[in-house]
Design a protein around this ligand. Structure first.
Ligand code: HEM
Ligand code: HEM
Length: 233
């Protein structure tokens, strides 16, 4: 008999992680789209670096959530020990992959790789790693595209393999599972505090953008970054 489809009903993702997810996904999509599609001499091109900086800021918030956030957000809960990752991919290849309540090893590895590539993209884009770094910038953007593709393919695969509408879980926060595993709170107050502080930071970043000199001043750090193409030439 075919098993019944899984119904998403217990809370796994709180509001702070969903806020992070959509800010990170949205800002990276904007940075990549402008970077690849807009001519680097047009004023709009400068915004690709600003969106890259927004992604990096959201990542800093995510690192804090990974240390002190809800149990499924913590890096300590990521199933990324080498034996577990290799074992999981063997299970995938033999069609026996078990279902994880939060991240599975494949998703967790892709997540950590994205978290490593974004700071490198900012550092190479800003010219902090010298000329060799500047050569790397486009390659890192392609690596990000590959990781995003793997992430989306993983979601489709999970949906088919486990008959669970997993994509909905980053919108509603819910997945299928035993009641006892549910988070008690969606952390609305923390989410509101992060939203207000994050919006103020992003506003200050965009307000500091000077299109004529092609610079921005990073709020809180005070570092001035060249965001126009001239920097790399
Ligand atoms: C540029 C596009 C995207 C990026 C960069 C991205 C990035 C990420 C990251 C970093 C995570 C890990 C969350 C964490 O623990 O921090 C994640 C998880 C997740 N994302 Fe995305 N995402 C993107 C698009 C999407 C889309 C379009 C959907 C579906 C509507 C989606 C649904 C999910 C879901 C359901 C999870 C949790 C997976 C699990 O259960 O382990 N993502 N994504
Ligand atoms: C996650 C963050 C970022 C992503 C995903 C990203 C992505 C891209 C992409 C796709 C291109 C076009 C590559 C090409 O077709 O040649 C590009 C070019 C460029 N990026 Fe970024 N970028 C990011 C952050 C930054 C930052 C923070 C800066 C500056 C502070 C920056 C500065 C530049 C410059 C100057 C170019 C032009 C390079 C050239 O045409 O040779 N980027 N970036």
């Amino acid at each position: 008999m075919t098993p019944a489809p899984l119904v998403n009903k217990i809370r796994i993702w709180d509001l702070p992680i969903r806020l992070f997810h959509w800010t990170f996904a949205g800002s990276l999509t904007a940075a990549l789209a402008i970077g690849f599609l807009v001519d680097d001499e047009r004023p709009l091109f400068q915004f690709h670096a600003l969106f890259g900086l927004v992604a990096a800021f959201s990542l800093v918030v995510r690192l804090v959530l990974g240390l002190v956030g809800s149990k499924y957000n913590r890096f300590a809960a990521f199933p990324v020990r080498p034996g577990e990752v290799v074992g999981y991919f063997c299970e995938v290849l033999t069609g026996k992959a078990r279902r994880y309540l939060a991240h599975n090893p494949g998703g967790a590895v892709v997540t950590l790789l994205m978290f490593a590539v974004v700071p490198l993209s900012v550092a190479t884009g800003a010219g902090w790693l010298g000329e060799a770094g500047e050569e790397l910038h486009e390659g890192l953007a392609i690596a990000l595209l590959v990781l995003i593709g793997a992430h989306l393919a993983g979601l489709v695969w999970h949906t088919l393999r486990h008959r669970e509408p997993i994509a909905l879980s980053m919108m509603t926060g819910n997945k299928a599972g035993p009641e006892a595993a549910s988070l008690r709170s969606a952390q609305p107050l923390w989410a509101a505090a992060i939203l207000v502080a994050g919006a103020a930071w992003v506003w200050a970043l965009f307000a500091s953008h000077d299109p004529t000199s092609g610079t921005v001043k990073v709020p809180l750090l005070g570092v001035v970054i060249q965001v126009a193409e001239v920097r790399l030439r």
